[in-house]
Design a protein around this ligand. Structure first.
Ligand code: PGA
Length: 271
C-alpha cells in the first residue's frame, strides 16, 4: 500500500516571491531523489495552484490538490472553487473538513458530506479530516466525536467509493498553530485508527476497509514521524507548518519511503 504525505500549505506562502522561493527549494531537494511507494500531495492556496503545478509536474511522485472545494460544480456561488474546476486544472485531491474551516468558517458535517459527495462524483479523492478539540478531549469525548464526524461526513458515500477516501485523524489541539507542539501518544493514535476501522465496518465491507488509507496530522515533522505515524501504523501524514520548508517535507517523504513497514516488526500494529 502507498504512503501519502500531504502538504497543507495553508496561507504560509503569502506572496508570489515566497511561492517562487518555495518552488526553487522543492526542486533543489527533489531533483535527485526517487520515491516508489510514497506520494507527496501538494495542496497550495488555489491562486498559486497553477504555477506550483507547472513547476513540479515533472516529478512522478508529486500530485496536487486543494485545501477545500465546493459541493456544486458550477453556478452562482461567489468565491467558491468546484471539483470540476480542480479536475480541469489537473488536481486530484481535496482536503475536506479541516478543523480551521470548521472553526473560522463554521463548516459543519453536513456541508463536508456534500463536498465529499461532489468531489467523489468528479473523481477527486477527498482527504477527510476528523479529530477532537482540547475541550472534547478533556471531557473524554474523543470516541463520540470521531463516531459522529465519520458517520455524518460519510453519509453519502457508498461501498463503491469508500476506498477513494483518505481519512486523516488530526486532533485539533495537536495542530502546531494551536500552541506548543503536543502529540497524542502512539497508543492513543493507534486506538483512534482502530476505532475508525471499527466504525467503518458497520457500513462497509472488510475488504474495502483494508484499502482505506488512514493517516495522522498535527505537529508532524521529520523527528516525530516514528511516534506519530510508524508506531501506530499510519499510512502517511498531513503536514502543515513543516510543509512550508520543502527540505523537511521531502525528508519526511523519504523516511516514509525507506521504511518497509510490512517487514519491520518494530513498528507494531502497522496495518
Ligand atoms: P501542523 O498542521 O502540521 O502545522 O500541525 C497540520 C494541519 O493543520 O493540517
Amino acid at each position: 500500500m502507498k504512503n501519502y504525505i500531504i502538504a497543507n500549505l495553508k496561507m504560509y506562502l503569502s506572496r508570489k516571491e515566497k511561492v517562487d522561493y518555495w518552488i526553487e527549494n522543492f526542486i533543489k531537494n527533489a531533483k535527485n531523489i526517487n520515491l516508489e511507494g510514497t506520494e507527496i500531495i501538494i495542496c497550495p492556496p488555489a491562486i498559486f495552484f497553477e504555477s506550483i503545478y507547472q513547476a513540479l509536474k515533472q516529478f512522478s511522485f508529486v500530485s496536487f490538490g486543494l485545501q477545500n472545494c465546493f459541493w456544486e460544480n458550477e453556478g452562482s456561488y461567489t468565491g467558491e472553487i468546484s471539483p470540476s474546476m480542480l479536475v480541469s486544472s489537473s488536481g486530484r485531491y481535496a482536503i475536506l473538513g479541516h478543523s480551521e474551516r470548521r472553526k473560522y468558517l463554521k463548516e459543519n458535517n453536513e456541508q463536508v458530506a456534500l463536498k465529499i459527495k461532489q468531489a467523489l462524483h468528479e473523481n477527486i479523492r477527498p482527504i477527510l479530516c476528523i479529530g477532537e478539540t482540547l475541550d472534547e478531549k478533556k471531557a473524554d469525548m474523543t470516541v463520540e466525536v470521531i463516531k459522529k464526524q465519520l458517520s455524518q461526513c460519510l453519509k453519502y458515500v457508498n461501498q463503491g467509493k469508500i476506498e477513494d477516501i483518505i481519512i486523516c485523524y488530526e486532533p485539533v489541539w495537536a495542530i502546531s498553530s494551536n500552541g506548543p507542539a503536543r502529540l497524542p501518544s502512539s497508543n492513543e493514535i493507534m486506538g483512534v485508527k482502530l476505532l475508525i476501522k471499527k466504525i467503518l465496518t458497520e457500513k462497509y465491507n472488510a475488504k474495502s476497509i483494508e484499502k482505506i488509507a488512514i493517516i495522522y496530522g498535527g505537529s508532524v515533522d521529520s523527528k516525530k514521524i516514528d511516534e506519530a505515524c510508524f508506531s501506530p501504523g499510519m499510512q502517511g501524514a498531513l503536514i502543515g507548518k513543516a510543509s512550508s520548508l520543502p527540505f523537511e517535507l521531502i525528508k519526511i517523504a523519504q523516511i516514509f519511503d525507506s521504511v518497509d513497514m510490512s517487514v519491520n516488526k518494530s513498528f507494531a500494529g502497522y496495518r
